[in-house]
Structure formats: C-alpha cells, structure tokens
Design a protein around this ligand. Structure first.
Ligand SMILES: Nc1ncnc2c1ncn2[C@@H]1O[C@H](COP(=O)(O)OP(=O)(O)OP(=O)(O)O)[C@@H](O)[C@H]1O
Ligand SMILES: [Mg+2]
Length: 395
C-alpha cells in the first residue's frame, strides 16, 4: 500500500476532477481560485489555499512557502492553466511532478515542432512574423497551410489558408503587437484523438476516438469511441506512433491527449497536450475502457500498477460518444433520439443561444455524452443526431 504520509499538491482543476480520489492514502493540498472551490475539492481536503490566477511566479512562491511548512512529495495539475506553474514549482523545489521539459514542449507548439523536426513525427513548419514569411511558406504547401498561435487552445486563432488573399486579409486585420504565428503544412486525412496514460515511465494507449470537425471550421464537434475501422487506418500503428512520441518527448507520468491526422500512407501529429482531453474524453474513457485517468495518475504515483480486473469492473459500455453543437437543438428532441442509449451527461442548457460566429470550442453548445453496449443503437443515435442537426435552424 502507498505511504499515507505522502503529500500531493494540486494546482487548480475543475471541481469534477476531485471526485476521483476517495480512499486513496495520500494527503492533498490544493491551490485554487476561490470561485472554483467546489464540493468535491472540499470533500477531499481542507488544505485549500486561494490563488488569484495562474501566474507562475506567484504560484511557485506560494508552493515554496507551503513546502517549507509541510513538504510535498508530488506536484501536479490536470487543468491547462495549471500545467506550467505546477511543472515550474516541482522543478524549483526539486520535488517529483509534471516534467518541466515535456510540459514546455506541449505548451508551445512551435517548440514542439522544432524538437521533433528530425524525427518521424516531423511536419513542415515555420515561424512567420510577416506577411511575406507566411506567403513564402504557403507557396511550399500544395494543400495550403494551417496558421496558429504558438500557445493556444480551443482552436482559437487557428485558420487554414489555401490562397494568398486569406493571408493578406489576416495580416491586414492583425493587431500590430500580435506575436509570430506558427505555420504548418495542411495535412489531410481523418482526424483521431488519443488518450494515453503514463505510469512512472510506462506508456499506455487508453482510448482512440474518431473526431469530426464542424463542417467548414477547425472546431471538433464529435468524438466516437471506439473509432470505427476505416480503410487504411491501422489502430495498432496509431498506438505505436503515440507511444513513440511519448518516449521522444521524455514523458514520465500522467495523462496525455494527442491529436492526429491519419491517411492511408501516413500518420501525422497535429498536437500533444500533457493533460486529459477536453470534451469529457476522460469520462468517456472511464465509461468505455474502465480507465480512470485522473485516479490512476494519483493512485500509482509512487508504486503499483493498474489492475486489468479492476478496470474490467469499471468498464460499463462498449460504445461511447461526446457530441457538441454549433446550433441549438431541442433538448426534448435530443432526448427522444437518445432514448435507446444511456445518456451519461447532458450539458446542454435549454436556454443556450448559438454564438453569432463559430471559431473556437468555447462557441459550442453541449456536450452530450452517451454510451451503450449495442453497436446498432449507437450508430442509430449518431445518425439521428446528424439528422436533428440538419433540421436545426441555421445560425
Ligand atoms: N497541420 C494541420 N493540418 C491539418 N489540420 C490541422 C493542422 N493543425 C491543426 N489542424 C486542425 O485545426 C484544429 C486546431 O488546431 P490545434 O489543435 O493545433 O489548436 P488548438 O487551439 O490546440 O485546438 P484544441 O485545443 O481545440 O485542440 C485541429 O483540431 C485540426 O483539426
Ligand atoms: Mg487541438
């Protein structure tokens, strides 16, 4: 059994996250914004210290002061904003935690591309500060190029340029102090996301989902798990690619969310994040694979390995989906088309309004998570939602 005197520091996190650690023999401390303190965190620990924001220097200073009173044995975060501060705090204190080097690579897409440039994970890419840089790069890309901020999430500020005019317009509208953009060759194929879990250096692919983007945008709208078998897509090759990537960045412990484009002749990396994926993918993996990535990351921090029998007992369904929406669909109609599957989460507010523009994951409505053991019921539900969306009023 793990040593009950071990002390774990969390930096931030959605309150949902803190429901997973019941009965684990650790003491927990959390630095959390007061508005984010919820019942799950309060149930886990009374050692909750307020932070104003995720400013790295302040969080490191606060972690050092707390460590001096009651030393930490591990420092981590499961939320995007807390990743870097927790990695820097762990590194500063010499305490095990999120690896700073791997974290830096995952947070800065340009650094990651440069790190991978002489490996099989490479993609043509370039940092572009000016319109002429961007035009020169575009000219080298037969299928157009993707431009994105170095640090970003939710597809915010990411665009696909196929011709000169798109870039001219973008640079004409750009703020004078906007930083350089990362340009990447546009990669065709099907999109997949992969949830992985590394336990003390041992990597595992937990779940592969087929991702659909909202048509005409770069915003993911649907994840299906298991990913249907597609021609030319070899799931074993996807797994091998992801494990190799985790080794390449020296990832040591915890979850990752990896995005790929896959075609008959190649697997290409879109990005890797050192956290559980959004869209309730951790939840979906738990339902359909029996793997609780939040719990297992903590449970096996120092010793032990996940038990296949325990996971099998946690697995509830064969098929699962996470679906978000661009336009509002009727919640009643949605419940009707999901009558033959288990609706696990319905985070769709009756009164929600579709965003006037649709550029990032924040503009989506939902998600709804559903699961079932019947492949037929699953496919029927996925198709029925598609029909419902097609009938919804255009935004
Ligand atoms: N090189 C590329 N080729 C083809 N499509 C790409 C490429 N890079 C990004 N995309 C598309 O743009 C979307 C957003 O890009 P990316 O994932 O890098 O940004 P992000 O802001 O981190 O997004 P998110 O947080 O939603 O995952 C991806 O989901 C993918 O569909
Ligand atoms: Mg992404």
């Amino acid at each position: 059994m793990a040593n009950p005197s071990k002390h774990v520091l969390f930096i931030g996190g959605h309150d949902e996250t803190f429901q997973h650690y019941d009965g684990l023999p650790f003491r927990f401390t959390c630095l959390q914004r007061p508005q984010s303190v919820g019942p799950n965190l309060q149930g886990l620990t009374s050692a909750i210290h307020p932070i104003e924001d995720f400013d790295t220097d302040r969080i490191v200073a606060q972690s050092c002061a707390l460590h001096a009173q009651d030393p930490f044995d591990f420092i981590l975060s499961f939320t995007e904003d807390g990743l870097l501060p927790s990695a820097v705090a762990a590194d500063t204190l010499g305490v095990p935690g999120i690896d700073l080097h791997a974290c830096g690579l995952c947070i800065d897409k340009s650094l990651m591309r440069t790190h991978l440039q002489h490996t099989r994970f490479a993609l043509p890419h370039q940092e572009c500060s000016t319109l002429s840089d961007a035009l020169a790069f575009l000219a080298s890309c037969p299928d157009g190029a993707i431009f994105k901020p170095f640090r970003g999430a939710g597809s915010e500020g990411v665009f696909h340029a196929k011709e000169r005019a798109t870039l001219e317009q973008h640079f004409a509208e750009r703020a004078a102090n906007a930083g350089a953009l990362l340009a990447e060759a546009y990669i065709g194929g099907r999109m997949f996301s992969v949830e992985t879990l590394t336990i003390r250096g041992q990597h595992e692919v937990v779940a592969i989902t087929a991702v659909e983007l909202e048509p005409g945008t770069l915003v993911p709208i649907q994840h299906l798990l298991p990913a249907p078998e597609y021609d030319g897509v070899d799931q074993a090759a996807i797994s091998e690619f992801c494990i190799g990537l985790l080794d390449e960045i020296g990832y040591k412990h915890g979850p990752c969310h990896i995005e790929l484009k896959v075609s008959a002749d190649r697997i290409a990396l879109i990005e890797i994040n050192n956290r559980v994926g959004g869209d309730l993918l951790g939840h979906l993996a738990h339902l359909t694979k029996g793997v609780n990535m939040y719990r297992e990351t903590i449970e096996f921090l120092f010793e032990g390995l996940p038990s296949p029998a325990y996971r099998a007992s946690q697995k509830k369904f064969e098929f699962g989906a996470s679906r978000s929406f661009r336009q509002m669909v009727s919640v009643d109609a949605l419940k009707t088309v999901l009558a033959n599957v288990h609706v696990d989460k319905m985070l769709l507010d009756e009164n929600a309004q579709a965003a006037p523009h649709f550029r990032s994951t924040d503009d989506r409505l939902g998600p709804v998570v559903f699961a079932t053991n019947s492949g037929v019921a699953f496919n029927d539900a996925v198709d029925a939602i598609k029909r419902l969306v097609a009938q919804a009023p255009a935004v």
